[in-house]
Structure formats: C-alpha cells, structure tokens
Design a protein around this ligand. Structure first.
Ligand SMILES: Nc1ncnc2c1ncn2[C@@H]1O[C@H](COP(=O)(O)OP(=O)(O)OP(=O)(O)O)[C@@H](O)[C@H]1O
Ligand SMILES: [Mg+2]
Length: 112
C-alpha cells in the first residue's frame, strides 16, 4: 500500500475528488492547510487576489491506495490539479505498512 499526499489549489478539490473516485479511490482525508513552496515570500495569485505573504491556502489530500494504482493516482492528481501557474501543488508518495478497517478487522488492501 502507498500513502499519496497532495497539496493542491482549493478550487480544484471537487474535480480531483471526482477523478480519483472514478479511478477507484474509496477513501481520503481532506484538510484545509496553508503552505509555501519555491516562491516563499513572493506574490502568488489566489482566486484573483494577490497575497504577498509567506503562506498560501491549499487543500491537503491524503489517501492510502493499493500499490497497483498509486502511479495512476499520482497521474490523475497531476493532470486534474494542473493550471500551469505557480502554486499548482505537490505530490508525495510513501510506503504504508498496515491498514485496518475498524468495524470488521480486515487488514491490508482489504481494509482500504
Ligand atoms: N518540500 C515541500 N514539503 C512539504 N510541502 C510542500 C513542499 N513544497 C510544497 N509543499 C506544499 O505544496 C504547496 C504547493 O507548493 P507549490 O505548488 O507552490 O510548489 P513549488 O515547488 O513552489 O512549485 P511551483 O513553482 O509550481 O509553485 C505548498 O503550499 C505546500 O503546502
Ligand atoms: Mg510555488
């Protein structure tokens, strides 16, 4: 299993979620965050307003997926979240040791 963590532009959330659901992703965590990337301290356009600040609103997605589809998940996020402007986001992929569905006790991929 892999944990895919993505920071994306908030207005892209629904489109990305829909595309991932179509690809078989059955669960995810979503958090509103603030962050910065390579342009730290520089101006970034957010919903038409200029924020000359260090932290810019983003949405963080976290999803544990079968390793078989993790490359596809990353590709979908990249293709869907992309606007070709700075601040489009970043994606990280980590190995996951175990998953447990609390209700049934299923483990591993069965628990996803
Ligand atoms: N190295 C990092 N570690 C953790 N989170 C990061 C890192 N880089 C970026 N992020 C997160 O991703 C968000 C989006 O980053 P961003 O897209 O601006 O990256 P970038 O490298 O500056 O790329 P771009 O040049 O396209 O803007 C940041 O607000 C932050 O939440
Ligand atoms: Mg940036």
């Amino acid at each position: 299993m892999k944990l895919v963590i993505a920071a994306i532009k908030p207005f892209k959330l629904e489109e990305v979620r829909e595309a991932l659901t179509r690809a078989g992703v059955r669960g995810m965590m979503v958090t509103e965050i603030k962050g910065f990337g390579a342009q730290s301290g520089h101006t970034e356009i957010y919903r038409g307003a200029e924020y000359a600040v260090n932290f810019v609103p983003k949405v963080k997605l976290e999803m544990v997926v079968n390793s078989d589809i993790s490359d596809q998940v990353v590709e979908i996020i990249q293709n869907t979240a992309r606007t070709d402007k700075i601040g489009d986001g970043k994606i990280f992929v980590l190995d996951v040791e175990q998953a447990v569905r609390v209700r049934t006790g299923e483990i591993g991929n069965d628990a996803l």
